[in-house]
Ligand binder design. Sequence first.
Ligand code: SF4
Ligand code: SF4
Ligand code: SF4
Length: 391
Amino acid sequence: MNHRSFSVILLPTSQCNVACDYCFEKKDPHRLSLEVVPVLTKRLLDHMEREDIAECEIFWQGGEAFLMGPEWYVAVRTIMEQAATARGHRFVHSMQSNLIGYSPAWNDLIFDMFGGSLGTSMDYPNLHRKMFNGSAESYTDTWRKRLDEARGAGIHIGVIAVLHQGSLEAGAEAFYHFFTRELGLDDFQVNTPFPGGPANDSASGFQLDPKELSRFMGELFDLWIADGIDRGVALGPFDALIDHFTGRPARLPCIWKENCSNQFISVDSKGTVAQCDCWVTSEPDYHFGNLFLEPDLTRMLGESPARRKFVERPGKLVLEADCLECRFLSICHGGCPVRTHAALGTIDAKDPYCEVYKTVFTRAERHGQMLRNLPSSMSTLTSEKESISSN
Ligand code: SF4
Ligand code: SF4
Ligand code: SF4
């Protein structure tokens, strides 16, 4: 067996209990039935066997993954584990939740199935993550209570923050202070926004000015180097870049993978297969197929015209865009297809945040040089988990 990574972003439902402005999910009350989990598991295991993949990372996301209830996950885990063990394979599970529905009833499952860790999301300032009544304030209050309760139970929480215009206006220092000092987090990640999913009035506001965003990201990087790195604060994607530029093994986020199509697929509750959660519920033109209708996942991935577009994208960019002359091509590969698609309506162009990435890579290179010259006691900085750059 080889150690090739294979990760599945699994959406047991696209339904959600909150209403974020920038949500790209096409909400649907449909839920993954326990009755079809053995079929789904078999399709994944067949693919792993054909491709000689020993282990598959399952990222449970939504919608809101907590809507399925802890008992449902206990049953799913048993089905998947028994089938995988019988065939000499392994599933490793992670979960991303908005935490709003967290209660101690989840604790046993979180420790047994997810290694005592949960991923969640919060922005600063929170203007766009909202309860159904439209209030960002009540969302923030509830989320902070749940965060405290979960951490009180000993659960490790990693947070994704989606940057927006309000973050840029608040400034990097206030942003960094909120996450590291006010919330006391030691593991968070910043994602660039994109106006994905079904059209909504606020979507166009989520394409940030690359110059402003570059300045913000550069300042945030410097703050983390000055204040966070020595205290063991993990701040993605900077930590992975520092690993890369100091010659350590680095798990770069999916936007900078050689080709995200080599490693990820997403499957929704109806069996739809697509590149990642950004595409699976809301972009039917980019669906690869259906796991419950097509018995051979390997063949589906090999023959899908939609997937071929993802596979061929980095090669096309090298031929057609200025990526070929970019000295960061070997870590960037043209960036993220969904961010490109959201801005330009095609995936065959370089990522619209190119300028931001160049700023961040240049900073990482400089900080990496400086850190290489220091007596090293640091271990690998990057989280052991894959980092997916959706919302
Ligand atoms: S972004 Fe996530 S938490 Fe927010 S409405 Fe969409 S699915 Fe729910
Ligand atoms: S977020 Fe972008 S880079 Fe990551 S898997 Fe989706 S399309 Fe690929
Ligand atoms: S930084 Fe820009 S030019 Fe360089 S590889 Fe990435 S998208 Fe292409």
